[in-house]
Ligand binder design. Structure first.
Ligand code: G6P
Length: 360
């Protein structure tokens, strides 16, 4: 069982929420302002003027794309293929996620970069394809998402849903509803909330692993430090997932790394010395954190990844891998990742990790 017990939520059919993004494919960019109502206890109702318009357009290879924009200028792009965030920009228009120049925007290949969703399997830890199938399926816009029980709704957001097709049921015979909300805060923070419900009608539970496989854009991997994972146990995917304990200070990079850190804090910092930028990753319901950089040799072996691109990316992935999550029919699990990018005054040797990790 997961360290985060699933919560039982009201069934979707009772939820009076509405999202009015056009459901039909649009050949050109369309914008719409949406109205969502929230039941009592779900925070203030979101009325039309408060909701920032959501744009729907065609992206690479004609794939449907959603663009979220916040009033201060930050933005995010989401492909329905994979339910995949491919871009997150701050209010200066700077890209914060890595997307390979060789990314293949064509099924069945998952998009290389951004934030692929790994579900219901992580890596090769099971009988399904690598990282499961959610990242190479076509998601749809969820026009009737159940409300979130608390909190003020964001202004720029989109709700997506994935349900298994008959073909999916042949390879993973579990009925589920996977709802993904992607939102931007006014400050430009990017939030992803996944709600996965077991809708099996045969009374059977199912078990899954999960990861937000986030590719951060960094100036130079040799100038990057990750803080918050020191002294933790990890499974080393380069050594048959053998268990080790991290020694020493913050994590730095000088060769290939592929580790699953276990039972991590809910806050991890990724410091980019050269850019003077710190990414702060906050997570909930996702005890593990995968850290991956393919380095030179593996980069060259990947068809959809530039030979030198490993220098400009780092994956830090909020995940539930070591203890997969089990849901009984009617139960729902929730896993959330929130990303912010803040200027850092980091100078080599002068950083106090506690300041970064204790800051709000
Ligand atoms: O090439 P992909 O299937 O997208 O996987 C890319 C990487 O994802 C994760 O970070 C795994 O830990 C790695 O072992 C894997 O190489």
């Amino acid at each position: 069982m997961s360290s985060t017990p699933p919560t039982t939520m009201p069934p979707a059919s009772t939820a009076p929420a509405a999202v009015a993004v056009p459901a039909t494919a649009a050949a050109t960019t369309t914008t719409t302002t949406t109205t969502a109502t929230t039941p009592s206890g779900a925070g203030p109702a979101l009325t039309a003027p408060e909701r920032v318009p959501v744009e729907r357009s065609k992206g690479i290879n004609g794939l449907d794309k959603i663009v979220l924009r916040e009033v201060r200028g930050s933005s995010a792009e989401v492909y329905l293929y994979g339910g995949h965030v491919t871009s997150w920009k701050n209010d200066h228009g700077e890209e914060l996620l890595f997307l390979s120049s060789k990314a293949i925007f064509k099924p069945p290949k998952a998009i290389r970069g951004g934030i692929p969703i790994c579900f219901p399997q992580f890596s090769n830890l099971g009988f399904l394809e690598q990282h499961g199938f959610a990242r190479n399926r076509f998601w749809t816009i969820d026009t009737d998402p159940p409300p979130f029980p608390t909190g003020t709704p964001p202004k720029a957001f989109v709700d997506l849903i994935l349900k298994p097709t008959d073909e999916d049921l042949k390879i993973w015979p579990q009925s589920f509803e996977f709802r993904l909300r992607i939102s931007l805060s006014p400050a430009g923070d990017l939030m992803l909330t996944s709600r996965i419900r077991n809708t099996n009608s045969d009374g059977k539970p199912f078990t899954f692993a999960f990861a937000y496989h986030t590719y951060f854009s960094v100036s130079d991997i040799s100038e990057v430090r990750v803080e918050g994972l020191e002294t933790l146990d990890y499974l080393d995917s380069l050594q048959n997932k053998e268990r080790f304990t991290e020694q020493g200070d913050a994590i730095t990079f000088e060769s290939e790394v592929d580790k699953i850190y276990l039972g991590t804090p809910t806050k991890i910092a990724i410091l980019d010395h050269e850019k003077k930028r710190t990414f702060v990753l906050r997570k909930d319901g996702l005890p593990d954190a995968v850290v991956w950089n393919p380095w030179e040799k593996k980069a060259k072996a990947m068809a959809d990844f530039g030979d030198e691109e490993y220098k400009h990316m780092l994956c830090v992935e909020a995940a539930a891998v070591e203890k997969p999550i089990t849901l009984k029919p009617g139960e729902e699990w929730r896993g959330r990742q929130e990303l912010s990018a803040v200027p850092s005054s980091y100078c080599s040797g002068q950083l106090d990790p506690r300041r970064v990790l204790q800051g709000s």
